[in-house]
Design a protein around this ligand. Sequence first.
Ligand SMILES: Nc1nc2c(ncn2[C@@H]2O[C@H](COP(=O)(O)OP(=O)(O)OP(=O)(O)O)[C@@H](O)[C@H]2O)c(=O)[nH]1
Ligand SMILES: [Mg+2]
Length: 118
Amino acid sequence: MGGQERMRPLWRMYLRGTDGVLFVVDSADRDRIPEAREELLRILDTPEMKNVPLVVIANKQDLPGSIDCKELGKRLQLPQMSTRPWVLHGACATTGEGICESMESLAKMVKEYKSKNK
Ligand SMILES: Nc1nc2c(ncn2[C@@H]2O[C@H](COP(=O)(O)OP(=O)(O)OP(=O)(O)O)[C@@H](O)[C@H]2O)c(=O)[nH]1
Ligand SMILES: [Mg+2]
């Protein structure tokens, strides 16, 4: 789903029955990382999203000056997520680098989550 501001109110329509979240962040858009963090925490902070697995794609790793994967994770407060399974992958959507790994992680984590919540 698109992440532009006018699209975001639609996100909550899709929360019920969600088994995994894939959140793509522009690692080169440094000024808007706090905005990305607020939006991410907002969707995760509902009872129905408790412990739903999270995959974050740190996209645009090819651009000079982009925030590296580890630093981005910190800025999104991922290490503070203690009960939720999460993983972070660096990626470049234009070449496809990192995308397969991200999808594989998502598939694996969703499978685990569903087997626990049956
Ligand atoms: N260099 C590079 N460009 C990318 C990558 N992924 C997407 N793009 C390009 O980024 C552009 C879209 O920018 P976005 O930041 O997704 O969207 P935006 O138009 O800036 O709108 P916002 O969602 O408000 O930031 C397109 O031209 C894509 O080709 C990437 O990994 N590396
Ligand atoms: Mg942008």
